[in-house]
Structure formats: C-alpha cells, structure tokens
Design a protein around this ligand. Structure first.
Ligand code: ACO
Length: 328
C-alpha cells in the first residue's frame, strides 16, 4: 500500500495581550526574578482575560495557519484540539472551534495527552492523510493554564502561561513531511502531575474547591527527572525510526517547560543552542501549545528552510511523551 507523504502546509499562533512578568509575580508570592530566571529561564508569560477561553485563543492561530496553507476552513476534513484546559468538559473545544471557523465538513475531537497532546495529534491526523482518508487536517495545541493555576503557590504559578499554536497538515512532495513518530505513556506516573477536581472521581463541590482540587498539582522535582530522561530518549528513538542520527538535526523544537530540561536534552543530543527554538523566556510553559507556538515562530522568523530536518519532542502529564522527525 502506498502511503501519501504528509507534512505541515501552514502554521499559526496567538497569545493573549496581558503580560505577567517575574516582577509582577514578586508582588504575588515569595519569589524573585533571579530565582525564576536561573531555575526556569522564564521572564514573562501571557495571561488570558477572564472571558477568554481555549477556543477564543485557537481561532486566530487556526486562521493564520489556514491562510499560510492557502486553504479555507471549508476545505478542512478534520480538526483535533490538544488541550487540558478545554472551554468546558463537553462539547469538545474542537467542535466549538469547528463552528467558529465555519469548517462545516470537518470531523472534530479533543485529544487529552497534556503537554504531549500536540505530538499525539500530529500522529493521529497524519495517519488519516497518509491513508488518503482525509486531505486536510487542522491540529491546534491550546492552553489557558492561568485558569487552573493557584497564584498563591510559588512552586507552580511562576511556570505557566496561556496561548495557542496551530498547523494545517496535508500532502507534501516525496521526501518531505513526517519521517517518524515516537509516542509513549507511563500511567504509573499519573500522580505526579494532575488536576483532580471536576471529573467523575471528584465532581465539583464545595469540598473539592476547599481542597483546591481544581488547580493543577505538580511534583516538580520528580517531573523534572522524568523530563530530562525522556526528552533525550524519545528524540533518539524518533531519529532512529527515521533512519537519521543526532548529527542530522537542523532544528530542535522542544516542549518549553524549563530551560534546564531543554539544556540537558541539547547536551545529550549534541545539539548547540542556536539549533534549538526557545521561547519560554517570553511565554513560559504553555502546555500543549508550546511546541506548535515554537514551530510557528521558527517558520515565521526564517529559522527553517526547505529540506531542514526538525525534531519536535515533548512530555507531559499521564505521564506521556512524544517525538517526531519532520522534513520541512
Ligand atoms: N521562587 C522561589 N523559590 C522557589 C520557587 C519560586 N517560585 N519555587 C520553589 N522554590 C523553592 C522551593 O520551595 C525549594 O525551597 P526549599 O529548599 O526551602 O524547600 C527550593 O526553591 C528548591 O526547590 P526545587 O523544587 O528543588 O527547585 P528546582 O530547581 O527543582 O525547580 C521547578 C523547581 C522549576 C518546578 C523544577 O522542578 C521543574 O521545572 N520541574 C518540572 C516542571 C515541568 O516540567 N512541568 C511540566 C508540566 S507540563 C504540563 O503537563 C502542564
């Protein structure tokens, strides 16, 4: 069976206007700019308005990706939204986005793999296109993490921000597009990173609010160790599946969780920092949006040219991880 080569036809990104700086955080919790910069690499992050939800951030990112791909929303066959901060439990944010974009013929669903969700979404959608089931797919990574962050907890509130990144996938010339995917999960680590409230285990109640179950919980040091291990191994496995080596990497686009996690991945992969897309200094950790936002910025700013081999790699709650090799 002949598979159709699948690649990225267009990228887009969008962030809310409001900026929350390290100096602002100094006034909110017992922290300081120096600690945040040296321990995380972050300087500022974007925060959505009270009335702004995931689908609102997704629309401009998606429209930009459609424009760059040279197609309209009506051409889309599939919309996948990767997020842990959907507008609501259901309907899916993908369905809300489908309506807002006017993508009348597109199938639409959300995908829950936390910060790895965008890579999982790419793998999902590219299979449909490779088999000829669909022609065009929109994958959006979006988070409004400020709405599930406890701004009295200095261990987490300095890390997260809001934003959206989007790509349109479709057929590309032979030799281009996705060369491999490496996806993984380890449910045993589920306790390390979670939001317990509001599901069927702990429905919303005065008690769930009292116990702060509607805020993101993170065992930071354990997640850090997992991330350092898995970022390198997932990227190496994706390269191996693509028949490439570390030396072949033209651009690394990693999940933007912490500069020290990224630096350790660069060290292991022998990739110099100038071959790595980093934007966490301006946006913090934007969950599932961080890889597509970084990819869109790389495309817009001329960091990638035709034929470049891009390695995207991420990790997140679940625990989950994923990597992909993409020839631009
Ligand atoms: N300002 C000042 N001090 C702080 C702050 C802060 N904002 N946060 C923590 N500290 C303190 C701690 O309380 C601790 O103090 P103590 O020694 O008196 O107890 C000290 O700093 C050191 O704490 P560590 O946890 O050892 O700090 P570390 O260097 O590990 O950095 C961090 C913490 C940034 C959270 C790091 O562990 C990390 O990045 N972890 C991974 C985070 C991550 O990748 N999350 C992914 C989430 S993805 C998703 O699904 C949304």
């Amino acid at each position: 069976m002949n598979l159709i080569p699948v690649g990225v036809l267009g990228t887009g990104r969008h962030v809310p206007e409001r900026i929350l700086t390290n100096q602002d955080l100094e006034k909110m919790v017992d922290t300081n700019d120096e600690w945040i910069r040296t321990r995380t690499g972050m300087r500022e992050r974007r925060i959505a308005r009270p009335d702004e939800a995931a689908s609102d951030l997704s629309v401009p990112a998606a429209q930009e990706a459609l424009k760059r791909a040279g197609i309209t929303a009506a051409d889309l066959d599939l919309i996948i939204v990767a997020t842990v901060t959907p507008d609501m439990a259901f309907p899916s944010t993908a369905c809300i986005l489908q309506e807002k974009l006017g993508a009348k013929k597109a199938a639409a669903y959300d995908l829950s793999a936390a910060c790895t969700g965008f890579i999982y979404g790419l793998a999902n959608a590219s299979n449909f296109i490779a088999l000829g089931t669909y022609k065009y797919a929109l994958i959006v990574g979006v988070e409004v993490l400020s709405k599930i962050t406890d701004y009295t907890d200095r261990n987490t509130c300095v890390l997260f921000g809001d934003g959206a990144g989007a790509v349109v996938l479709g057929a590309v010339p032979e030799g281009h597009g996705f060369q491999s995917f490496e996806l993984g999960a380890d449910g045993a680590g589920g306790e390390l990173l979670k939001l317990e409230g509001g599901g069927s285990r702990n429905p919303s109640s005065p008690a769930s609010i009292e116990q702060k179950l509607h805020y993101l919980y993170m065992a930071g040091a354990e997640v850090f160790k997992f991330a350092v291990r898995v970022m390198g191994s997932a990227a190496e496995e994706a390269l191996r599946k693509a028949g490439l080596t570390k030396e072949d990497i033209d651009l690394l686009v990693p999940h933007q969780a912490n500069i020290r996690i990224i630096q350790s991945a660069l060290h292991r992969l022998h990739v110099p920092e100038e071959k790595c897309m980093i934007n966490l200094d301006r946006y913090g950790n934007v969950g599932a949006a961080s890889i597509p936002m970084a990819l869109a910025e790389a495309a817009e700013t001329g960091r990638v040219k035709e034929g470049d081999r891009i390695v995207m790699v991420g990790f997140g709650a679940g625990l989950t991880w994923g990597a992909s090799v993409l020839v631009w």
